[in-house]
Ligand binder design. Structure first.
Ligand code: ASP
Length: 438
């Protein structure tokens, strides 16, 4: 029987009323043998995440300000969870030890990681599973990067010794034995590493939404859920802002060919979204997987006659951006034009300088700056094989009176990106959605 690794996010574990749902999910399926918890998240929109409070404790110590009050909030929350779940676990001794470490100047990483550590102890006790400290199975190298090979070896070896175990998310250890965390939201990465370590049949990522939706629900009312998506499609949509999963968590499972199932702790029967390596193209003509978009881009277009014959023009143009430390997102080009799509956050106040340098070094016939642009990606693995997708998309935008300022069909052919004025963004997403989704 295959193994399932189940990672639970902070909202799934935020309180003693949520945690029994997690227990019921685990107990409903004996294949769910390895569990990766986050730290308790927010119980309501004005609540605090435990991780944020732990970082706050560290900041207090750094500034020489007493942190007792903040730590008391953390302790109270954990002790309340333990009491309400009726566990006999003695968490107080752990809390005392952690408080002493923090007072003695423990690192921010160590301090933050204790949110997952303590929650791991609680969940292991509740389920009757073994507890494996992530510091013993997840390793970073001396440069602070995940040591994937060492982690894989140690993880596989260790998990093999435990029939059922809880491994706290978010952290591991460095060669000198110190605790190091992943970036925020990194328990997703731990889940993926555990899934790869045990060669799981599936990596279940339990959160508070039933997977991905075909479009942003703030723009489209009740968008359809995405049942199945490939890693490549997900990458395109995530880049455009549709995120549920930490980006770096994709790599370990994708490499090992393990599908990820995004599921909702509050609606466990919902199939959620399945992320796979390969999937049949969506067969109905015109079907797409999803639409996502981002605002705040500027498009810089240069035009010069016979650009195509001028050796080194592209290099000169791009090196100006490189020298100014500006990365770009897309580069649609024509015979005599090149456009560069740049995020405003990259451009900051450098635009005038860049334009001046382009004029001097590239001597273009014209430079056009289009600020306030939004990009919208329409993604679908079936696109390359389905005639008429582009016609449908542009027809829908034209019918809605939306001026398309840029088009980029990535060479992967699973994606058409259009640039529109920011003010047209919502209308454009609606037009595309309604054209494709019945
Ligand atoms: N607790 C950590 C955070 O808030 C990691 C996680 O939840 O995945 O970023």
């Amino acid at each position: 029987m295959g193994i399932k690794v189940a990672k639970f996010g902070g909202t799934s574990l935020a309180s003693a009323s949520q945690i029994p749902k997690v227990k019921a999910i685990i107990e409903a399926d004996p294949q769910r043998r390895y569990v990766v918890p986050s730290a308790p998240g927010k119980r309501s929109s004005d609540d605090h995440k435990i991780t944020d409070l732990l970082y706050l404790c560290n900041a207090h110590v750094q500034q020489g300000i007493p942190f007792d009050d903040v730590f008391a909030i953390i302790s109270k929350r954990y002790l309340q969870i333990v009491a309400e779940l009726g566990l006999s676990l003695n968490l107080q001794s752990h809390l005392d030890a952690i408080k002493t470490e923090i007072a003695n100047g423990a690192s921010a990483d160590y301090t933050a990681s204790r949110g997952e550590y303590l929650n791991g102890l609680i969940i292991a006790d509740l389920l009757g599973y073994d507890f494996i400290d992530a510091a013993e199975v997840i390793f970073f190298d001396k440069n602070g990067l995940l040591d994937s090979d060492l982690t894989q070896t140690k993880m596989a070896e260790r998990l093999g010794k435990h029939e059922r175990a809880v491994i706290p998310g978010f952290y591991g250890s460095t060669p000198d034995g110190k605790i190091k965390t992943f970036s925020r939201g990194g328990s997703d990465i731990t889940g993926a590493i555990v899934a790869r370590g045990i060669q799981a049949e599936i990596y279940e990522n339990w959160t508070d939404v039933s997977g991905f939706l075909m479009a942003d629900p703030r723009i489209i009312t009740n968008p359809k859920p995405i049942e199945k998506i490939t890693y490549r499609e997900l990458r395109e949509l995530a880049y455009m802002g549709a995120t549920v999963l930490h980006e770096e968590s994709i790599f370990p499972v994708r490499q090992a060919g393990i599908p990820v199932n995004i599921k909702n702790t509050n609606e466990p029967e919902h199939p959620g979204t399945l992320i796979v390596n390969d999937a049949e193209p969506i067969s109905e003509s015109g079907a797409i997987t999803g639409i996502a978009g981002r605002k705040d881009f500027t498009i810089i277009t240069v035009e010069k006659s016979l650009m195509n014959t001028e050796l080194g023009f592209g290099r000169k143009f791009l090196s100006i951006f490189e020298a100014n430390n500006i990365s770009f997102e897309h580069m649609p080009s024509g015979i005599d034009t090149i456009s560069l799509v740049v995020a405003d956050s990259q451009l900051n106040s450098k635009l005038d300088k860049v334009v001046e340098e382009i004029k001097q070094q590239c001597k273009p016939d014209s430079i056009e700056i289009s600020p306030n642009m939004a990009l919208i990606a329409t993604v679908g693995r079936g696109m390359a094989f389905t005639p008429g997708i582009a016609a449908k998309l542009f027809g829908a935008l034209a019918a809605a009176n939306i001026n398309v300022r840029m088009i980029d069909q990535g060479s992967s052919e699973i994606n058409i990106i259009v640039g529109v004025e920011t003010t047209d963004f919502e209308a454009a997403v609606k037009a595309i959605y309604n054209a494709f989704v019945k």
